[in-house]
Design a protein around this ligand. Structure first.
Ligand code: XBP
Length: 260
């Protein structure tokens, strides 16, 4: 029985990386007079580093024009990151980062069925607030039983800290929950905590492997292209479909144990 669904934010709830963080980073570089910009291709590479501040510091290692002194570099990364988050909040407030198709419907399924909702993200708390206040209103937190951001879980994905904290807060065992993720680091974090994962591939992570996932596919709004396939007749990936995938997985595990 699934008692909670734990949502990643960036790339899963919305295409925030391509349409939000990347744009905001480049705006911040511009406003600081920093002489480099990140291309779409460079940002795709940099996403291997989770956390915007960590990503900036990593990139500065190969930027000839970055400050040589480590403390100055750290200071610059902190200031750019802060401005980037302010610009990101404005992008959200202007309504430029819609929820991905099928997300709102699945959130509603869960609320109706009494399945609790959680957020497990490595992004800054302010970014979660900016995105969700835009879509769910100022009272957005009441939709979620637990919100774990970089503030609560400083060990970023693929570390399982965020998922472990969410399980503890909800007092649930891993198989009573399901994680929604798009990126390999997020999948690894959930799996390291024992949480089954549904992968919805995204702009930058269109090839996240399905091995080990409860299911993987292109979008919650589509039933084609899922592995394992979605059941015939469904219009979207709804809570009932996720419950069936989970029941089959647990049934297969129980059968395997019984036959040993
Ligand atoms: C994704 C991330 C974040 C964002 C930027 O986290 O790696 O670092 O790119 O956010 P998740 P910050 O997929 O877990 O939501 O700049 O606030 O770190």
């Amino acid at each position: 029985m699934i008692r909670a669904i734990l949502w990643d934010v960036d790339g899963t709830l919305a295409e925030t990386e391509h349409d939000g963080h990347l744009v905001a980073f480049n705006q911040a570089f511009d406003e600081f007079g920093i002489p480099w910009r990140w291309s779409d291709a460079r940002y795709a590479e940099l996403l291997a580093v989770t956390g915007g501040h960590e990503r900036l510091l990593h990139d500065m290692q190969s930027q000839e024009r970055a400050p040589a002194d480590p403390r100055q570099r750290q200071d610059l990364a902190e200031r750019v990151h802060r401005l980037k988050n302010t610009r990101y909040a404005s992008i959200c407030a202007r309504g430029e980062l819609p929820l991905r198709p099928g997300v709102r419907e699945l959130l509603q399924d869960c609320t109706r069925a009494g399945v609790r909702l959680g957020i497990v993200t490595t992004t800054s708390r302010s970014n979660v607030e900016a995105l969700l206040a835009t879509h769910l209103g100022r009272d957005w937190q009441s939709t979620f039983a637990v919100v774990i951001s970089a503030k609560e879980a400083p060990k970023k994905k693929p570390h399982p800290q965020g998922y472990l904290l969410a399980l503890e807060a909800l007092r649930l065992r891993p198989h009573e929950t399901v994680a929604m993720e798009d990126a390999p680091a997020g999948v690894a974090a959930a799996q390291a905590a024992g949480v089954p994962v549904i992968v919805t591939r995204s702009h930058y992570f269109d090839a996240t492997p399905s091995q080990g996932a409860l299911a993987a596919g292109p979008s919650l709004a589509r039933t084609e292209g899922w592995n394992p396939p979605a059941d015939a007749g469904a219009a979207r990936i709804d809570l009932a479909q996720i419950m069936r995938w989970q029941a089959r997985r647990l049934g297969a595990k129980a059968a395997a144990t019984a036959s040993q």
